[in-house]
Design a protein around this ligand. Structure first.
Ligand code: SAM
Length: 287
């Protein structure tokens, strides 16, 4: 006896514009128009976008902190064969935006999940930054508290990949200052602001230069911002040391002369004293 296969539900992860509505891709419009349900981070915000494109698909709120019942309801709809589109306020869902729990659970339940690619601030910023794009690490938003932020930056100080951060305008000055402390004032950085919008701006320079530019121009403290930092480049002739040794040495260098700091760091970490000394000297000449 042949059975008609049950209709399969499908979850579409749909990217939406990050400022310029002309960036909405035709395939996204088609999916949003024809889905049975759109799950959105903020239904009021997304309602305006959908209204602009004359899409009247029913909207429900979803974020990763939604109660378990909400998540189960969405999964149940998918399991019953519904087509659901997930969108966030802007850009690609799940990228510093809700959606991870839903996609994870949908995959566990064997539901088909399909991406509809489109705008994403980090990729737009990287593609036009002029910084190496072959290897990069997206770090999202740094912690709001300075201690945690400094610790997070310190842990990245020797990372050779281009580092990409989202940052809010009211924290940008503190963020750049903490980056200068962790990475050295000479580290090249790019600040991409208001991408795809009227006041799109790319500032490029060393951390020291950008700190001065942002302090001098209040407009640079407005809007939406992506900060991209060039990865660590070993100073000329400086030896490679382990991340643990670097961290210990950096702490000791704040309190002690180089020789003493290198000697103590060697005892603590087992790294060679001379190597640490050479690294510290190289670092102080060319951070
Ligand atoms: N899901 C989004 C994406 O795909 O890029 C990111 C959402 S996250 C909540 C918002 C942050 O992304 C902003 O604070 C800013 O750092 C960055 N961002 C979003 N739109 C931007 C734009 N037009 N220009 C620069 N940065 C933007």
């Amino acid at each position: 006896m042949s059975r008609t296969p049950e209709k399969q539900g499908e979850l579409f992860i749909v990217a939406t514009p990050i400022g310029n509505l002309a960036d909405m891709v035709p395939r996204a419009l088609d999916i949003l128009q024809n889905a049975q349900l759109i799950a959105a981070e903020d239904t009021r915000h997304s309602g305006k976008l959908l209204q602009h494109f004359q899409i009247d698909t029913p909207l429900v709120a979803y974020h990763d902190y939604s109660d378990a019942a909400k998540l189960r309801q969405l999964l149940a709809r998918l399991e019953q064969g519904a087509t659901v589109a997930l969108i966030s306020d802007a850009g690609t869902p799940l990228i510093s935006d809700p959606g991870y729990r839903l996609v994870h659970e949908a995959r566990l339940a064997g539901i088909k999940v399909t991406p509809i690619p489109g705008p994403c601030a980090l990729i737009a910023a990287l593609s036009a930054s002029g910084l190496p794009s072959d290897r990069f690490s997206f770090e999202g938003f740094l912690p709001a508290k300075q201690g945690a932020r400094t610790a997070a930056l310190e842990a990245l100080a020797l990372d050779q990949r281009t580092l990409i951060f989202y940052e809010s305008p009211h924290r940008i000055e503190d963020c750049l200052a903490d980056m200068a402390a962790a990475f050295g004032e000479e580290r090249p950085v790019v600040m991409a602001r208001e991408l795809t919008k009227t006041f799109e701006t790319f500032l490029r320079g060393t951390l020291q230069e950008l700190i001065a530019q942002v302090a001098a121009d209040p407009n640079q403290r407005k809007g939406e911002i992506v900060v991209l930092v060039q990865g660590y480049r070993a100073p000329h002739n400086a030896p490679d040391i382990t991340e643990a040794a670097r961290r210990v040495l950096m702490i000791l260098l704040e309190e002690l002369p180089v020789k003493q700091a290198a000697s103590l760091a060697a005892q603590i970490t087992g790294e060679k004293k001379n190597k640490l000394y050479q690294w510290a000297i190289g670092r102080s000449v060319d951070p």
